[in-house]
Design a protein around this ligand. Structure first.
Ligand code: NAD
Length: 339
């Protein structure tokens, strides 16, 4: 049986992870879990990278981490646990799939416009190195690193994934008109890789124009690849198109280790109330199941989730406000009842 590492995370993390694992258990998913100590609560115990050395070893041995969201510790010079994990294990591609889900009403679903956009965000470079310093008390400087090998590996991943999924179009979002060297290099790499995929329509759109086009004609996009910061912002925009952060899954893919998690954070405003929507983490769980070849279980759970959403069952963050909402556990149980 495949064994994976699981970190429940902080805030709403344990609530949504328990809900998702209860769905996996009811579906008799043949996975073994090794729970690892990772998150802000581990950072608070004095582990500066947010995980114990045992946790790091386990994740490196197993190669797959299923994680809940983790709070970024406050304070200057303190790095995000999530960013540290992505860098430590070189998970260079962040794949985020945004799809119309029946039962999750949005302006587009009401207008009959289907959305199926996959964002591939470069996950390691850019301003996320956190290389910042004060030049004078009034001037802060941040350094932005974009490298050819780093750009090539994520762009190659995006083209290969787009080709396998039968995409029609792959678009590079960028700001190369202003950041001619950094975004210019990323764009150059994009067209270099594109030469190997003549069947895919490859084009580019300046990122501000891309945002406008995504909110007016999202159905014209298929796969979009971007640098780290721009990819992060455009991802949350796309989450809004399909109903919100509660429906935005993500996979951080590397050559040796992959991390599956929701796009959203620890939701401190609702943590501990038991009302969070577990769908984004469950959708991330589908990618994990597909990644380990458990396609039947992934389909079974996906069908039950889609049926549940279509029947109008919902947590408090979406759906018909006139209908009562379910809490996290009740929502998971409603999915299980639809197997
Ligand atoms: P957030 O995503 O936690 O919350 C934004 C808004 O969305 C909140 O109103 C929240 O209630 C709502 N929301 C998010 N997930 C939800 C869900 N599953 N169900 C219902 N509502 C949901 O963003 P934030 O407040 O900017 O960040 C809080 C913390 O999370 C920060 O410390 C941040 O660094 C961290 N964070 C972690 C990750 C990660 O672990 N990958 C990602 C983003 C943010």
């Amino acid at each position: 049986m495949t064994k994976i590492a699981v970190a429940k995370g902080d805030g709403i993390g344990p609530e949504i992870m328990d809900a998702v694992l209860s769905v996996f258990q009811a579906a008799q998913v043949p996975l073994e879990y090794e729970f690892v100590d990772m998150g802000k609560w581990v950072f608070d115990k004095g582990f500066s990278n947010g995980m114990t050395s045992e946790a790091q070893q386990t994740i490196e041995n197993l190669g797959i981490l299923f994680k809940g969201p983790m709070e970024t510790p406050k304070g200057k010079g303190v790095k995000s646990i999530n960013v540290t994990a992505r860098k430590t294990w070189n998970t260079y591609a962040n794949k985020r799939v945004f799809q119309t889900l029946h039962g999750v009403d949005t302006v587009f679903s009401k207008a009959g416009i289907p959305i199926d956009v996959t964002i591939v965000r470069e996950n390691i470079e850019d301003t996320y190195g956190g290389v910042e310093h004060m030049i004078t008390p009034d001037v802060a400087l941040s350094r932005r690193f974009i490298t050819r090998p780093g750009s090539m590996q994520v762009i190659k991943y995006a083209f290969e994934m787009a080709s396998k999924k039968g995409a029609r179009r792959i678009t590079c979002g960028h700001k190369a008109n202003i950041m001619k060297l950094t975004d210019g290099l990323f764009l150059e790499c994009f067209y270099e890789v594109a030469k190997n995929y003549p069947d895919l329509k490859a084009d580019d759109v300046i990122v501000d124009d891309l945002c406008m086009k995504l909110v007016t004609r999202p159905d014209t996009f298929d796969v979009v690849v971007l640098t780290n910061l721009q990819g992060d912002i455009v991802s949350d925009l796309c989450a809004g198109l399909v109903g919100g952060l509660g429906f935005a899954p993500s996979a951080n893919v590397g050559d040796h280790i992959s991390i599956f998690e929701a796009v959203h954070g620890t939701a401190p405003d609702i943590a501990g109330k038991g009302i969070a929507n577990p769908t984004a983490l469950l959708l991330s769980g589908f990618s994990l199941l597909q990644h380990v070849g458990l396609y039947d279980k992934a389909n079974m759970i996906e069908n039950a989730l889609l049926y549940t959403l279509e029947s109008g069952v919902h947590t408090g963050d979406f759906g018909d406000r006139n209908k009562p909402s379910l809490n996290t556990t009740e929502f998971a149980n409603a999915i299980i009842a639809n197997f």
